[in-house]
Design a binder for this molecule. Sequence first.
Ligand code: F6P
Length: 538
Amino acid sequence: MKDCPAVPVLQRSAARIPHLRDLFDSDPARGHELRATGAGITLDYSKQRVDTGVLQALAQLAEQAGLSEERERLFAGEVVNRTENRAAWHTALRTPTALQTTEQQCVEEQLQRMTLLVDRIQSGVWRGFSGKRITDVVNLGVGGSDLGPLMVTHGLREYSEPAVRGLKVHFASTIDGSQLFDLLDHLNPETSLFIISSKSFTTIDTLSNADTVRSWLGSHCVDEALMLRCHFIGVSAAQQKMSDWGLPSDNQLHFWQWVGGRFSLWSAIGLPIALALGMSVFRRLLAGAHAMDEHFRTAPVLQNLPVMLALLGIWNVNFLDIRAHAILPYDGRLKYFPSYLEQLEMESNGKSVGQDGELLDYSTCPVLWGEIGANAQHAFYQLLHQGTQSVASDFIVAARRYEALDHYAHQEQLLAQHQLNIANCLAQSRVLAFGDAAVAPDDNPWRRYPGNQPSSTLLLEQLGPESLGALIAAYEHKVFTQAVIWNINPFDQWGVELGKQVALQLQPLLQDPDAAAVAGLDASTRELALSIQQQQSG
Ligand code: F6P
């Protein structure tokens, strides 16, 4: 990025960009003009601190950084994950069957296998060890093998096919076993099925949950082969490891090394989505993502929704020095969307070494967090409005909701609640931008609102399988675009490895009652370990 001629232009622009109030005063048309629409989603970025000059320079930055060429490589399945020498071909997972190249046909084959499995479970052909039909499915996975399926399953519950509504799908990810403990407390071992979702099939969090379940089931079913065949499915890119764990090959679904963990919900990792909502809903999700892929591939920069999300992020981080980014969906169904994006963005772009191995001298991914917007109003919005931090925000809202509920006695109240929700969403972005000038300013200094906090609003006509697929894909492409400009690899995550190794070293020390075992540790960890040992033995 630093050698791009657009950078000094942007630096000079940042020094002169006026308050959002003045930007709107001098250009009343910006609310209408500063928009990008793709795959049915509209991005309103008029409340970002940009003007025409900044936008032109940002568009140049994207081209100077080589976005078009790298995007071609991404879609062609070339090696773009250079530190791991792999493609990152999640777009192939949602290419419609009719358009798949020979290399992509493995995708349709796995989808067919997934369909058969889903049919057998949903129709009751698949039975537990005692012959009863499956009532509950638990996904055991973490990170990309949990967050995407959890987020989509929760987000689209209203769309589940009538035939699948009897099946309950749960998620357990935490290494401490607490989610699993809650579930095992009320699940029936005869009617519960567990999906072990792990790209690597080495993740200790997931495997320790799987081992606990295996022991729980083993205490109810003495025939281990029968128990494994009737109660476990594995989803992984590591076939042999699934077999080594004991999973019969008919109980395995595969995907490929070229699918990154946090980009994997479109693969067989989406099995919980298909089980909870139906295969047709899963296919619609893929179709929505594909529509966004096409938009990203073809739309000009300033009308390209994911590219604009990326460029505005870069403008805020690298030129306006705004290092925090809030994700604020005004929709209870998107409860898990912020945590999904936390992994997608921060695990991808939380990097400080460039593709060439050199330490970067500019910022990359901001701290990103979020919450359902209307709830966050009663939690952290105080800081957004009157704190000392600049924070950029993404508001996400659907125009239509509850229209289909015409048989429901309380539809009118729910429609009114939806309007109230939208009013809150618009009110907040307005106050963030314009401060108390949005109404009459108060003389009391504690009641002043300075405004000038930038935000974008993503407007969906309604939240459904296609629009959610498109929304997720938009953020994936945002992440990719930013990585190209920052010259980092968004598809590896070396930064999570060392902690795993150190935990493996510490685990036996914690169990060793001999205090000398922890002697070599740093003073803080040693004292903590000793206190824990004392408390555990006392
Ligand atoms: O530890 C980070 C990570 O590797 C993520 O990138 C990944 O999504 C998660 O762990 C789970 O990995 P796996 O699917 O291999 O179990």
